[in-house]
Design a protein around this ligand. Structure first.
Ligand SMILES: *Cc1c(COP(=O)(O)O)cnc(C)c1O
Length: 396
């Protein structure tokens, strides 16, 4: 019996040019983003300029984490304690956590069996909040044209959580550029790796100015190359608290060379994703998630459904895969485990039952696709999943 020996949590090493850039920052010692010598431009300011250009945004701000970027975005669009914020029932804990961080309360919206936000459920809830924190969870992008038309008509501001869609696009427009603000993560398991870190982009000068002040710019905002003009800060600088969460030059130095390689990395991820998808397709009892024509994906993880399976059968299939080295995560488990939790595990945020989402999550299996996997590894992993899932499915 074939067994897979690789690690599902091992990313690639930091590229040499990024290591060299980081060492240069450590040698001069000016790690704080506003600590520059003479007319030196900080690595952080350069990163913001380069990321803004990459996604076609007017303004960009680098911060301490993706979660911090989302909380900052919520504050920058004016969410106040006690407000409601629409968000996905299917996402990861930092998303409702960002809403809780500003004292607001999530209103959860259903997930479809295509793993995107349910636009019908959203339509029925648009009158409950002024802001939607939309999570492109596991890289699945909904019909953004339809979503934006609905939200614009209802006067709902959209903030995008692009933790899994940095490098992805909807109808040729970079993910994060449809809503008012796009938020990205630079954490080790995402698409660029600085250990921790976040980026926020917008075309709105006031939102950008507030976000910069919020992140802890003091009165040094003119050092931002991808910030709005100084006059935008005239009033904002007195009204906006400093909720310290800057990025430092060391992380920015690590990230800049990785951004230049992002497109090539996306191609490598997708080669692996589509190898896995092809290998799992037509497995009895297993449903592949079809991707929308408008989506340009980054296949850094893959999901499939065991629709209508009893929980003990799902557990059995997962156990058998794990025995052969294939580590799968299940969003149907009653108890939160590792990185995986459900809307009803976030008990600080009251939620009504969502039977449609429950039915999807009950059969939802998730797998990381690190770039340390070869294409042969992906073929083998898909073969193991196919054998074990069909074996369990065919048991009476
Ligand atoms: C990782 C992640 C975030 C937040 O990123 P951090 O940088 O870890 O704070 C937000 N949303 C989703 C869906 C994530 O997976």
């Amino acid at each position: 019996m074939e067994v897979f020996k690789g690690s599902f949590t091992q990313q690639e090493p930091i590229p040499d040019d990024a290591i060299d850039a980081a060492v240069a920052v450590m040698r001069h010692g000016r790690l704080h983003r506003y600590n520059t010598a003479g007319d030196e431009i900080a690595e952080t300011a350069l990163l913001e300029q380069e990321f803004a250009a990459l996604v076609g945004a007017k303004y960009c701000l680098a911060v301490a984490s993706g979660g911090y970027a989302m909380a900052t975005a919520l504050r920058a669009v004016g969410v106040k304690p006690g407000d409601k914020v629409l968000s996905n029932a299917f996402t990861l804990a930092p998303v409702p956590g960002a809403i809780a961080a500003v004292g607001a309360e999530p209103v959860f919206v259903d997930v479809t069996d295509g793993l995107v936000i349910d636009l019908d459920d959203l339509a029925g809830k648009l009158d409950q909040a002024k802001v939607l924190l939309l999570s492109h969870m596991r890289g699945h992008i909904c019909d953004m044209d339809a979503l934006m038309a609905m939200c614009d008509a209802a006067g709902v501001t959209v903030i995008e959580d692009c933790a899994h869609t940095m490098g992805a696009a909807w109808n040729g427009v970079a993910s994060g550029r449809q809503g008012a603000i796009g938020c990205y993560s630079c954490q080790t398991y995402k698409h660029v790796n600085a250990g921790e870190g976040g980026l926020l982009v917008t075309d709105d000068a006031e939102m950008a100015a507030r976000a910069i002040m919020l992140s802890g710019s003091y009165m040094l905002y003119e050092k931002h190359l991808a910030g709005p003009p100084p006059e935008t800060f005239d009033r904002i600088k007195y009204e906006t608290p400093n909720i310290s969460g800057r990025m430092d030059n060391l992380r920015a130095a690590l990230l800049r060379p990785q951004l230049r390689k992002l497109e090539a990395q996306v191609a490598r991820w997708n080669e692996r994703y589509f190898t896995l998808e092809a290998g799992m397709r037509h497995t009895p009892g297993l449903t592949v998630i079809e991707r929308a024509a408008g989506e340009s994906i980054v296949g850094s993880s893959i999901q499939f459904l065991l629709q209508g399976w009893a929980a003990d059968k799902v557990r059995d299939a997962l156990r058998r895969c794990l025995a052969r080295g294939v580590e799968l995560k299940w969003f149907g488990a009653a108890e939160p485990l590792g990185f995986t939790s459900r809307y009803d595990s976030w008990r600080y945020a009251p939620s009504d039952p969502l039977p449609k989402s429950d039915a999807v999550l009950a059969g939802l299996i998730d797998m990381r696709v690190p770039l340390t996997f070869s294409i042969d590894d992906c073929t083998l992993i898909a073969r193991i999943i196919r054998e074990e899932v069909s074996a369990v499915y065919q048991q009476a």
